[in-house]
Structure formats: structure tokens, C-alpha cells
Design a protein around this ligand. Structure first.
Ligand code: C2E
Ligand code: MG
Ligand code: MG
Ligand code: MG
Length: 291
């Protein structure tokens, strides 16, 4: 029954129950054991340089293969992990696993790991990172941490301190889902990000005729460029969206147009060919590509 939705496709299991407190508690209990049972896995989605289609790195995205419920989307289990504090343990595992996996890739490709707001101000984060780097042999500048604007909703001074400690280690910091949170440009001064990731909601369906999204993306890219930050356009699915992102000179593109997130084995296999380019593919192809 777990395979009912097609190979690895995310079924939103029992939607009617999803919101019930009972269901949440059950998910939380299962999640507590998921790590030990080896049910969690990282998949990797390529981040492709806009100018030449060359992959610059991959974003690690967590996958949960539940024994009875099949694949559960991170959109469903990450919020539960955040509420229950489990996110710290899961997040530490993700950092260690991503560093170990990325160390197997050729060259200096980067790996980006999502770090929840709560995890970001956890005292042990720098130690987790230095130990993950040391045991994998990955260079600090190959590790990128993605955080969202929500971190600034908490203790801003603690966030600033953490930035300093992480910059000292030498890892890269990206601002994820930019433009969707409580955007205040003031924090760009306090928090020197290396990259801004433009949220999919601005990119999806963006056309030159859609003046609002077009204007917003133009403004984000020009702000980032002035601040010497890279930009990644997230969620690019269509050829015309890619064309527009190229026109607007965003540095990188991440989206189904190049690839979905795939298991480590597939990344290794692709990189072993020595071909570091990804070819954009039409929507019919990437829909059929689901796995
Ligand atoms: P995110 O960090 O913004 O990751 C990008 C999400 O957009 C991923 O969804 C990815 O599969 C999806 N995506 C990429 N390109 C396209 C596209 O062209 N079209 C569409 N429709 N979607 C695209 P995913 O893997 O379901 O992850 C959802 C969110 O869950 C992530 O958003 C992130 O906030 C969170 N997450 C995933 N893994 C982790 C993790 O290890 N730790 C933490 N704290 N959060 C994670
Ligand atoms: Mg992300
Ligand atoms: Mg994002
Ligand atoms: Mg997101």
C-alpha cells in the first residue's frame, strides 16, 4: 500500500486525519524512532549555474520512508519536528550525513543543508559543524547552511553571535525562501549572507507580462549583487521561467527543470561520468521523471 502513489511520490497520507492532534502525536512518536530505524534519508537537488548549466553544488533535502505510510513529505514532518525539539537531533544528523556524502563527490562541489530557526541558536551547532567537517574531510567553504527569515523573529543578538562563530569556521550562509517571511532589510546588515535564495512563489509562472513578480525578482537580484551576494532562483520548472531568470542574471537556478532531488547513489553516478552540466528539460519530461 505504501507504493500506492507511485515510486517515491509524496502521498499526503490520510488528509482527513492529518490535522488531528492524535495524528500529530503519532507522527511525532514515529519520528522519534525514525533515525534509529534508518528511515530517514537525504536526497540531493542540483544547484546549476545560470550562465553555463554547470552544477555548483546540491541541496540536501530530508526524506522519510515510513514503514507503513510510505514516503512522508518534509513539509509535513519538519514542522512537527520543530515543535517537539526533535529538529535539533534530526538537523545534526543531516549536517553529518550531508558532509559525509559531499566528501564523496569530485572537486569542490558544495552541499547546502537546511537549518531550522531553533537549531540555529542551539549552542552546540558550531561544534556539530566542526566535528562533521573534521570526520568527513569536507572543506568549510563547501558547506552551506540555509536559514530563513524566521530566525530573526527570535533573539537577534544570539543570531548575530552565531553568524560570527560560523563565519569564523568558514562555512557559507544562505537566506532561504527570501521574501516570504517578515522581511526587514535591516538584518542584511547584521547577518552577512553569502547567498539569497529567491522563493519559488516569485519564480513560478513569472513572465515579463507579470509585472509584480518580474519587478520583485529584478529588485532582489540587484540588491544581492550590490551586496556581493549570490542569488539562486528556486522552483524553476518551465523554459520561459529559465529564460527570464537568465535575463535577470540570477547566479544559480534550482528546479525541476534540471532535476528533482535524487538519492546520493544517483548523484555519485552522474558525477562519475565527468559531465558536470545539467540540461534543462521541458515540463512533460520532468513530470515523467518523478521518482
Ligand atoms: P526548501 O529548503 O525551500 O527546499 C526547496 C523545496 O522546493 C524542496 O521541497 C524541493 O524539492 C522543492 N522544489 C525544488 N525545485 C522545485 C520545482 O521546480 N518545483 C516545485 N514544485 N518544487 C521544487 P521538499 O524537499 O519537499 O522540502 C520542503 C521544505 O522542507 C524545504 O524547503 C525545507 O524548508 C524543509 N526541509 C527539507 N529538508 C530539511 C532538513 O534537512 N532540515 C530542515 N530544517 N528543513 C528541511
Ligand atoms: Mg532550502
Ligand atoms: Mg527555499
Ligand atoms: Mg521552504
Amino acid at each position: 500500500a505504501a507504493k500506492g502513489g507511485g515510486r517515491g511520490q509524496y502521498r499526503f497520507y490520510s488528509n482527513d486525519l492529518k490535522d488531528s492532534a492524535h495524528q500529530r502525536r503519532e507522527t511525532e512518536e514515529d519520528l522519534r524512532d525514525a533515525l534509529a530505524r534508518g528511515e530517514l534519508e537525504l536526497h540531493y537537488q542540483p544547484v546549476v549555474r545560470t550562465s553555463d548549466n554547470i552544477v555548483t553544488g546540491f541541496e540536501a533535502l530530508m526524506r522519510w520512508n515510513h514503514p507503513e505510510r510510505g514516503a512522508i513529505s518534509p513539509g509535513e514532518f519538519i514542522p512537527i519536528a520543530e515543535e517537539s525539539n526533535l529538529i535539533v537531533v534530526l538537523g545534526e544528523w543531516a549536517i553529518r550525513q550531508a558532509c559525509a556524502d559531499a566528501a564523496q563527490w569530485p572537486g569542490d562541489l558544495r552541499v547546502a543543508v537546511n537549518v531550522s530557526a531553533h537549531q540555529f541558536t542551539t549552542e552546540s551547532l558550531p561544534t556539530t559543524i566542526t566535528s562533521a567537517l573534521a570526520s568527513s574531510g569536507l572543506k568549510p567553504e563547501q558547506l552551506e547552511l540555509e536559514i530563513t527569515e524566521t530566525v530573526f523573529m527570535g533573539d537577534v543578538e544570539a543570531v548575530e553571535q552565531m553568524f560570527k562563530r560560523l563565519k569564523k569556521i568558514g562555512v557559507k550562509l544562505s537566506l532561504d525562501d527570501f521574501g516570504t517571511g517578515y522581511s526587514s532589510l535591516g538584518y542584511l546588515r547584521k547577518a552577512p549572507f553569502d547567498k539569497i535564495k529567491i522563493d519559488q512563489s516569485f519564480v513560478r509562472g513569472c513572465t515579463e507580462k507579470d509585472n509584480t513578480n518580474f519587478a520583485i525578482i529584478t529588485a532582489i537580484v540587484s540588491l544581492a549583487t550590490a551586496l556581493k551576494m549570490e542569488t539562486t532562483a528556486e522552483g524553476v520548472e518551465a523554459m520561459d521561467e529559465l529564460g527570464l531568470i537568465r535575463t535577470l542574471s540570477a547566479t544559480n537556478v534550482q528546479g525541476f527543470i534540471y532535476s528533482r532531488a535524487v538519492p546520493q547513489a544517483q548523484v555519485v553516478e552522474k558525477l562519475a561520468t565527468g559531465d558536470l552540466t545539467y540540461k534543462p528539460m521541458g515540463p512533460a519530461k520532468h513530470r515523467a521523471d518523478r521518482r
